[in-house]
Ligand binder design. Structure first.
Ligand code: UN1
Length: 502
């Protein structure tokens, strides 16, 4: 596939303006190159937005908001449906661009666009729901109910590893709720963001709603900081590391804004002696190696019960030896590059530290040139300090255990709490894992892996993962404000709590 064809399909140029609201803004900011992690070559360039451009985008987004929020939700849903149609038509092109710019294999690049389509469909359904409750008043002739209203311009900061799907989770749900959306993508993946903005513009221009979805590509220091402290953004959604998320949460809280956080994961998968080992093996490999271990849901810790541990490790070693690593655009490839050579250097340094702490590399651990590295299995004795950190790389810590009580304690003994899984055929074991004394994570699965969640559920995690919930279920409530109303049709004025006054 020629990059020039791809660019033409998606509305991209060799050098692109990095900000768009009601229209594309010809900016004077510094140029950044987008590099393909596969070869390190330049795919295209973007002129980053300046602080002045950001001001203009927020002003335009705020200006469009009243008209958008007055548009009935089902009408907004119809517009989102058309965005879903554009995404369906662009699935293979946009998926290929995700692969080129981010490095995940083609099946996963297209899968990411499918995730956008799924959330678009979900948002269309939501547009006829967004339900509030009614309550029984304690006073005669009174009615109580709650109603959900949009917030205003919502900021969305996304990470390099899911350069488009996480925007869609946030933006399409936020927009159906009546908000306008200002997106700051990762500076590592600006072209996919530009492509999405072009696709969305086609629909929004047709309906006279330019400016509902805006894009600002710029540095964390300049644009990210501005968003954190901007009182015009009542909600800031942030996906990224726990360290940066903590900074975002503190900044937003200082202005009493709302933040929605999807931070680090450190996801454990437990295999019991009675498990279907074939399923457990496949789920482990996809969870640990998929997206080169760079999902927040990637499987990072594998707990094997003693009876099956030796055989399971042998099988894992064998499969790790057969994984095709290489150009992510080739259909047979199962693992592409990491995000950059710097990411590989971080992985290799971490492996040195792991060895020094008493971990044993069972397989892998080598640099394969450029941004490529071998997927790596590490035998981790219980309590290995390195296991506490989220290492955003294809490194899987393997630990043997004896009892369910022991493994649950080890499983929960990390700062993060995103996703978790157990493989067992025993109903009681599964129920204990899912109970309040089991997994402490936002996501807990039985007989499937830690990654690859569907959009229909609420996605997010506890503890250092930040507590946010996005995508399905009732996550839409994060993008709205709740108003509680009591209407008195009694003709009298009884007070609550039986108080008599005047
Ligand atoms: C992320 O890694 O930031 O559950 C999101 C999954 C995907 C989303 C991951 N649906 O693995």
């Amino acid at each position: 596939m020629l990059v020039s064809d791809l660019f033409a399909q998606l509305g991209l140029q060799q050098t692109n303006p990095g900000a768009c609201s009601i229209r594309w803004i010809e900016t004077s900011g510094p140029v950044i190159d987008s590099l393909t992690p596969d070869t390190g070559s330049v795919l295209g360039s973007v002129r980053q937005a300046t602080r002045g451009d950001y001001e203009r985008v927020v002003a335009e987004s705020s200006h469009v908001f009243p008209r958008w929020q007055m548009t009935p939700a089902p009408k907004r849903g119809e517009i989102i449906r058309q965005i879903g149609e554009e995404l369906r038509a662009a699935k293979s092109w946009l998926g290929a661009l995700v692969t080129m710019e981010m490095g995940k294999i083609l099946a996963e690049g297209e899968g990411e666009v499918q995730e956008m389509i799924d959330i678009a469909d979900f948002a269309v359904g939501l547009s006829r729901q967004l339900y509030g409750k009614t309550m029984h008043s304690e006073r005669p002739g009174h009615r109580m109910y709650e109603h959900w209203h949009p917030l205003g311009p919502v900021g969305v900061i996304t990470a390099f590893n899911f350069p488009v799907a996480v925007w869609a989770w946030n933006a399409l749900v936020a927009a159906v709720c009546g908000n306008t959306v200002i997106w700051k993508p990762s500076p590592q993946t600006p072209l996919t963001a530009l492509a999405v903005q072009h696709l969305v513009n086609r629909v929004m221009t047709r309906h006279g709603f330019d400016g509902v979805f805006s894009l600002v590509i710029g540095s964390n220091e300049e644009i990210g900081e501005a968003m954190i402290h901007d009182r015009r953004l009542p909600l800031l959604s942030f996906t990224g590391s726990t360290e940066v998320g903590r900074h975002v949460a503190q900044g937003v809280a200082a202005r009493l804004g709302k933040s929605l956080l999807e931070l680090g994961g450190n996801n454990g998968l437990i295999v019991m002696d009675d498990a279907d080992l074939e399923l457990a093996l496949r789920a482990t490999v996809f969870g640990a190696i998929g997206t080169a271990g760079q999902r927040c849901t990637s499987t990072r810790r594998l707990f094997l019960q003693q009876g099956i541990a030796a055989e399971f490790i042998e099988n894992l070693r064998r499969i790790y030896g057969q994984i095709r690593i290489g150009n992510p655009m080739e259909p047979e490839t199962l693992m592409g590059p990491l995000a950059s050579e710097a990411a590989v250097a971080r992985m290799l340094n971490a492996l040195d530290e792991i060895r020094a702490q008493g971990g044993t590399v069972l397989r892998g651990g080598n640099h394969l040139g450029g941004a490529f590295a071998e997927p790596t299995l590490v035998l981790a004795p219980p309590g290995l300090p390195a296991v506490q950190k989220e290492l955003f790389a294809p490194v899987l810590f393997v630990t043997e255990f004896e009892t369910l009580a022991q493994v649950l304690a080890w499983h929960n003994d990390v700062p993060q709490g995103l996703s978790s899984a157990i493989f067992t055929r025993n109903l009681t074991t599964a129920e204990i894992f899912l109970s309040h004394v089991g997994s402490d994570c936002g996501i807990a699965n039985v007989n499937l892996g830690t990654s690859g969640a569907e959009i229909g559920g609420a996605f997010g995690g506890e503890k250092d993962t930040g507590g946010g919930r996005e995508a399905g279920s009732d996550s839409w409530q994060a993008y709205m404000r709740r108003q509680t109303t009591t209407i008195n049709w009694s003709g009298a004025l009884p007070l609550a709590q039986g108080i008599h006054f005047l």
